[in-house]
Design a protein around this ligand. Structure first.
Ligand code: SF4
Length: 501
């Protein structure tokens, strides 16, 4: 089957599109990887330069990324990000995965100001799931054709290494076909603190823990806890959470062990726009490092997903919006002032209190992100991250239809159906979609929906009449359908399935 442009809709044809980017996908990654050249003098409004960026032939510098963020009208920026996306992923197919979030514990010794999920161990609704409850959730996932489980939790000092090893081994034994994508870098950093593993340095200790978890059944790491890497921001919003260097080191060690990971960014709070670009630049630089080591035995970042901060029920969400007093808007946003002094990381210890009145409210004002700011940020990420294969749309936080529009702003992947989500839903987001709705959204955006696995190999292209969305006869009732399994309350591991129209 072919499109009007002669592009194959088949699995083999799609694989051909993927292999056109050998440096970015799996085993075909080039042994002689070299990043695209930079042209720092180029004007970001120059269409020839932007065409070269979209083709992967030229790299945006950090300064150019920041300038581009502000330079172009949103639809125009979207068109360039879309051009880059089509170059990498073709014209025909956009993907999704069927996986399940399992938050195995909400007990956490960190106190991130943006978090509504964490509990202290003695809180009435603190929980840690026994492996039997986790198995039940995975069985439900397999029953709907799911291929991956995403497990993340709080940083719980009461859980020994054996809890994780036993859990992973039991999942591998009972569900050998399920890919285990689990334990984000902040959890890994705390594992090092909790378990005091052998190792000459932090990286060596991480490697020791990662090796044991991998051998027990861990396949890949999610990019949670990335937030915003810039040290002044991180010091303000992530109380007790690891710094950027530790986060990136964990991922680098995972890559060195052959594991693929994702990277994330949570923006739209106290940070400057330059902090977002700096964050993307760090992911890109560390990706260069691992890609430059060659293909044999190495993993790398497969995807980047960014989403705006959700404020409900969080300490950070209670601070005032920038511009709550109109006269504030005559000044620059304090996050932008501090980001400029941070100077792309050249001054990591910059103290906002030394920057005068312009930065005085840093950390005490949020600049919340709406749909257009989200789409602009995602589009920039597609253009900045020339060495990352996939950009994921964040419909979980932005809503299904903004997620759908995001497919025209550089995203190639709609993420997962949502059987269960406890973290951002604690902060007020409650979107929950099944496979038919996800396929409907992708098809409505002008693409064929395709189910993928964790490594972005396509499992099924829905180009026939038996597609999940094409079997739906009444969208007026199906749209509201949710498949949401609530987090257990204190002392209960029982699950409540809600699939009501
Ligand atoms: S975001 Fe994660 S690390 Fe931070 S407090 Fe919440 S559960 Fe803990």
């Amino acid at each position: 089957m072919e499109s009007a442009k002669g592009e194959s809709y088949t699995f083999a044809g799609f694989q051909k599109v993927l292999k056109a980017q050998p440096a970015l996908h799996g085993d075909d990654m080039s042994r002689t990887y070299a990043p695209p050249p930079e042209h720092p003098a180029a004007d970001v409004r120059d269409e020839g330069f932007l065409a070269a960026v979209a083709a992967g032939e030229s790299r945006l510098t950090l300064d150019q990324g920041l300038a581009l963020f502000h330079a172009l009208p949103l639809p125009e920026l979207g068109r360039w990000a879309d051009a880059r996306c089509r170059r990498l992923h073709g014209e025909a197919v956009r993907t999704y995965i069927i996986d399940r979030n399992i938050n195995y514990t909400n007990v956490c010794n960190a106190k991130c100001t943006f978090c509504a999920f964490r509990r202290d161990a003695d809180d009435a609704d603190a929980y840690t799931l026994p492996k039997e409850a986790i198995h039940e959730k995975i069985a439900q996932l397999e029953a709907i054709g799911g291929t991956q489980v995403l497990m993340q939790g709080g940083m719980n000092p009461d859980l020994p290494l054996d809890y994780y090893l036993d859990l992973l081994a039991s999942i591998r034994e009972r569900f050998p076909r399920v890919h285990v994508h689990a334990f984000s870098p902040p959890e890994m950093v705390e594992f090092v603190h909790f378990f005091n593993p052998p190792g000459a340095d932090f990286a060596g200790k991480v490697r020791w823990v990662l090796t044991r978890l991998r051998d027990a059944g861990l396949h890949s790491l999610p990019g949670g806890g990335g937030e915003v890497f810039a040290a002044p921001v991180r010091r303000k919003i992530g109380l007790g959470k690891c710094d950027a260097e530790s986060w990136l080191t964990v991922m680098h060690e995972a890559h060195a062990l052959g594991m693929f990971t994702s990277a994330t960014m949570m923006f739209g709070h106290i940070e400057g726009i330059a902090d977002r670009i700096h964050h993307m630049g760090l992911v890109r630089a560390w990706q260069d490092r691992v890609l430059s080591r060659g293909v044999e035995g190495f993993g790398h970042y497969k995807s980047f997903i960014s989403w705006p901060f959700q404020r409900e029920n969080t300490p950070l969400g209670r601070i005032k919006d920038w511009g709550h007093a109109p006269e504030e808007l005559a000044s620059e946003f304090p996050g932008d002032v501090v980001a400029r002094a941070f100077a792309w990381g050249a001054h990591p210890d910059v103290d906002y209190r030394d920057l005068g009145p312009a930065a005085a409210e840093f950390g005490r004002r949020v600049r919340m992100s709406g749909a257009s700011d989200y789409l602009r940020t995602q589009a920039i990420s597609r253009l900045m991250l020339d060495n990352v294969y996939s950009i994921g749309a964040s419909w979980v936080t932005m809503g299904p239809h903004v997620g759908q529009v995001a497919l025209a702003y550089g995203a190639n992947d709609m993420g997962s159906v949502m059987m269960e989500e406890n973290v951002v839903s604690s902060a007020g987001t409650t979107y929950c979609l099944d496979e038919a709705v996800l396929c409907h959204l992708i098809r409505g955006a002008g693409f064929l929906p395709a189910q993928r696995n964790n490594t972005y190999d396509v499992l099924r292209v829905h180009d026939g009449h038996d597609a999940p969305d094409l079997k739906v006869t009444d969208w007026s009732t199906h749209r509201a359908r949710k498949l949401h399994i609530q987090a257990p309350k204190a002392g209960k591991a029982a699950l409540t399935v809600s699939a009501k129209p």
